[in-house]
Design a protein around this ligand. Sequence first.
Ligand code: EPU
Length: 438
Amino acid sequence: MTLPDDHAKDYIEKYMTQDAIIKVQGKYPLQGSVRIQGSKNATLPVLAACLLIPGKCVIHNCPIITDVMYMLRLLEYAGCIVTWKGNQVTVDACNVKEFRLPGEYVKKMRSSVILMGALLGRLHEVGIDYPGGCVIGERPIDQHLRGLEALGAKISMEGNYIHASSGKLQGAKIAFPSSSVGATQNVLLASVMARGETRIQNAAKEPEIAALCSFLRLAGADIVGEETGQITIHGVEELHPVEFDMMPDRIVAGTYLFAAMAAGGEICIKEAPIMHLTQVLHVLENMGGELKLRQESQEIELRVKERTKNLSYIETNVYPGFPTDLQSPLLSVAVVSEGKLLLKERIFSGRFKIVEELRRMGADITEYSNSVLIRGSSCLEGRNVIARELRGGAALVIAGLAASGITMVTDTRYISRGYEDIVRDLRTLGAHISINKI
Ligand code: EPU
């Protein structure tokens, strides 16, 4: 497995072994400051885009997380030479030859599907298993496939195996019926070197799309309109190697802010993507958090002096709405806040996996098909709980900070898919937390 040498042993032993367990002693307010890691959901498509560039790209501030490792492993299979020094990754894609990707890694994460667009762009052929990822509800890829077909790919499926091939791809007009981050990324990757013009209507507007467009533009692509949801791409003959700084992770920043809401105290988030957190900051403030934003130094200070209060209704939505990836961290705070909250999940159907675990800790939650009603109570009790997916796992750690006694979170390998080191970061903020073997 590709890993920065000095981190490899420590990381695998800490988070990825079956018997790792996070132990949280609750009821200690947080205090201090923490720097936010590079964005997972921006890094993955940028790494896929490296496949399009016959040269060495350098990515700075790359997060050391398992999804990035799997993506790099897949790039190596395709023929790239990958080197990783601390948070700097170099991808040399001079000799990309292999269009078939191994199911073992493809099935581990959802974003492997965007390698379809990248490999079609580079080799005009790709063979890939149906992608995996966190189990958070139905995750079809119909829009990805339709977008690639519109650009000229011939796609066939046998069981779980997808094969796509094309001649030189041809620009097209693609109108997505609903916004999809991954499908937008796939079409972007396939169309940057297609012949002529591609127009994407109803493209996703998430900041991670803008990051991919910035990377591709720096490499020579002609793309406009990503902030508006109507993206126009004029295909170019080739792209050239670049160095790129990865933006901070808005979901990790939000997770630590919700951790402080649950535990109380006063924290400072450094290198925070303030402009990408508008809706989240609005919710935190209305729940009783006191915020100070420093745009110049990119810092968010959050002070939580009193018990937090629930808003009556919050729904997740596409950007700039409240992000689905912070729905579980919010839920963990809502269960100990004053009053009732009706929380509706509008993006993924099965994203309430932590409800059962929170109930075992004493939370009062009624679940409906795509929403939950939370009656806030002042006490949660520490229990042994299971992380069943990435954000839900982080949210259980947050619940542990608010609970009396000790909470043990098992299946930490889900958390390591997106958080470089949640235990390190929360300890830096004064949490009484450790990771041990069972
Ligand atoms: N959808 C379809 N058909 C498609 C594609 C999507 O029906 O072909 C549906 C999905 O089932 C879902 C909705 O459209 O109901 C939105 O899905 P989208 O394609 O936008 O999500 P994604 O690309 O699979 C990315 C992030 C997720 C994040 C969502 C929404 C990555 C690697 N993943 O997923 O991140 O929740 O966008 O913002 O970028 C996470 O980090 O924990 C995570 C799950």
